[in-house]
Design a protein around this ligand. Structure first.
Ligand code: PXP
Length: 244
């Protein structure tokens, strides 16, 4: 059964909107653990838009489940990861203008840099995953550069799900699910651990969670959105129930 990684970036986004000290993403990590999270995920961006360096240090001390750091390939961030030693690093693309991570990492297109970063992290005891679009070439590239895991970008499926009432919506959802299924299988065939994430919600998680082969889902926005109304502990517990 797949585990749940809770991405706490959005708690930090609310704090940074006022440049103040609350809500604290470190408290959020503790609440998420109490709700049954198997992993706490954060993204230390170069622009420090949400998670800041102080959070990262405290998260490393406080989090008792797996700590997963989403990170770009920027040298500054790689150095921080090497010192911090999260349990897992997930390599993601980063673009200053984006609202959220928009697409998967082009592993095939920058394999030399990714191989070097992957080796350095692994030598520091960090498991390395790469966030990729559900494309067989990208899965193969992850295997070639020595990644331990992949995280399959579920954004196309999530976007198709949102096309309520529009013609072709069911066909698009089915085709996106099929693409994910193939990518999971390609990952397993390549000997990689397979995670999934992006745009997953309480309404759309079930068909993805039913695909065999996933080890972990990383979910942020939907859980933090629900937590505003029911509290983070309950929101996490409910998502865990749906995955199970
Ligand atoms: N996985 C990765 C690699 C991401 O970059 C993000 C977004 O930060 C997520 C999962 C979570 O996406 P969402 O907030 O849409 O659940």
């Amino acid at each position: 059964m797949a585990g749940l990684g809770v991405n706490i970036d959005h708690v930090a986004t609310v704090r940074q909107a006022r440049q103040t000290v609350e809500p604290d993403p470190v408290w959020a990590a503790v609440e998420a653990e109490l709700g049954g999270a198997d992993c706490i995920t954060f993204h230390l961006r170069q622009d420090r838009r949400h998670i800041i360096d102080r959070d990262v240090r405290l998260l490393r001390e406080v989090v008792r489940v797996k700590l997963n750091m989403e990170m770009s390939l920027a040298e500054e961030i790689v150095q921080i990861a090497l010192e911090l030693k999260p349990d897992q690093a997930t390599l993601v693309p980063e673009n200053r203008q984006e609202v959220t991570t928009e697409g998967g990492l082009d592993v095939a297109g920058q394999s030399r840099r990714i191989r070097d970063v992957t080796r350095a992290l692994q030598n520091a005891g960090v498991t390395v995953s790469a966030f990729i679009d559900p494309e067989p070439d990208q899965v193969r590239a992850c295997q070639e550069v020595g990644c331990d895991a992949i995280e399959i970008h579920t954004g196309r499926y999530a976007n198709a799900w949102l096309l309520h009432g529009s013609e072709g919506r069911d066909r698009q959802v089915r085709s996106a699910l099929q693409e994910i299924r193939r990518a999971v299988q390609a990952g397993l065939d390549a000997g990689l651990v397979v995670h999934g994430g992006h745009g997953l919600t309480y309404r759309n998680i079930a068909p993805v969670a039913a695909i065999e082969g996933f080890t972990e889902f990383n979910i942020g926005h939907s859980i933090v959105s629900r937590a505003v109304f029911v509290g983070l502990r309950s929101a996490v517990a409910e998502m865990k129930r749906l995955i199970q």
